[in-house]
Design a protein around this ligand. Structure first.
Ligand SMILES: N[C@@H](CCC(=O)N[C@@H](CSS)C(=O)NCC(=O)O)C(=O)O
Ligand SMILES: [Fe+2]
Length: 299
């Protein structure tokens, strides 16, 4: 099949792709032509940049202040949804997105007790009644539901496995959707990095073991979604991190040495984040958050 040159839009070379009767960027056309047996289906997947089941909904959300990624996943048939690591400042945004999509939030889950922002899980369960907040038992924080290694969170026909991945904090967990080939690693594994281990009972040896035993043991093509990225990268894969992570490609001894000498600045919001996160982001809130959510947080 031949494609013809249409012109340039926003500095991109655009070609006419006859099979789907549409102009595409050269990169898109290449992807369709070379990578996909069924162009239209693959084009849809390509725009989502993730290959998942047709009834699996996925949306990555971002908080510019703390560089936190939150993730909304749902079963588009039953409409049951889970949000992972929502930020309190944006809980109203997230509730609106969920509502506009016609989804029913089942769980607002934390990967761990965050030090750099206040969790949105407490406010979200008030904004979207019927949903429950979730955190690991090992985090020793308040929530409606506590999870531990091996537990499964179900939403519609989909499942998310809980894997304990301590090291950044005692209570860190990674959530794995096996059938979609994706995992949400929190701060345990960051893109070309990992969570710091210099506070909240951090422990570099435990973190190293968690990554090797619970994350690098997943298939190489699993996509990994962290709780933060400070460089504008959206996701990574098991293969990439096993091969290119500058900390975790080292021996455990070298890793510990690296982690003990990071000399990172104290997180800007830690003193207000931890007391609030111990109680699910429902109490001990700074005045501006009390004010913002006073109608939903009233006793
Ligand atoms: N500057 C940010 C905090 C940056 C930071 O410490 N990030 C954490 C994850 S949030 S607990 C981390 O583990 N970073 C590892 C690294 O190598 O950067 C702020 O002030 O909030
Ligand atoms: Fe963290």
């Amino acid at each position: 099949m031949s494609v013809s040159l249409v012109g340039k839009i926003c500095k991109q070379t655009v070609v006419w792709y006859p099979k789907i009767k549409s102009p595409l960027s050269f990169a898109q056309a290449f992807h369709l032509h070379v990578r996909s047996p069924s162009p239209v289906k693959s084009f849809a997947s390509m725009t989502q940049q993730i290959h998942v089941s047709e009834n699996f909904f996925f949306k990555q959300l971002f908080d510019r202040v703390s560089c936190t990624y939150s993730y909304l996943v749902a079963d588009t048939e039953s409409k049951e949804a889970i949000i992972i690591d929502p930020v309190i400042d944006l809980a109203d945004r997230d509730a609106k997105i969920i509502d506009n999509l016609g989804l029913k939030l089942k769980y607002s889950v934390n990967t761990h007790m965050h030090a750099d922002h206040i969790t949105g899980t407490g406010v979200l369960k008030k904004l979207l009644p019927g949903s429950q907040s979730v955190i690991s038992t090992a985090s020793q924080a308040l929530a409606d539901k506590h999870v531990a290694h091996g537990d499964i969170l179900e939403f519609g026909n989909h499942k998310m496995e809980v894997r304990a991945t301590p090291g950044h904090t005692n209570g860190c967990v990674t959530y794995v959707c096996h059938e979609q080939g994706i995992a949400f690693t929190g701060d345990t594994l960051l893109i070309r990095g990992c969570g710091r281990t210099d506070f909240q009972e951090g422990n570099p040896e435990r973190l190293y073991d968690s990554v090797y035993n619970q994350i690098f043991s997943l298939p190489d093509n699993f996509r990994l979604f962290p709780a933060h990225d400070y460089n504008g990268i959206l996701d990574t894969t098991v293969w990439e991190e096993k091969k290119f992570n500058p900390r975790l490609t080292k021996s455990k001894e070298q890793f510990v040495e690296i982690m003990n000498n990071l000399n990172l600045a104290y997180p800007a919001q830690i003193d207000k984040a931890l007391p609030a996160n111990k109680v699910c982001g429902l109490y001990n809130l700074p005045p501006e958050m009390e004010e913002k959510y006073k109608s939903v947080l009233k006793p």
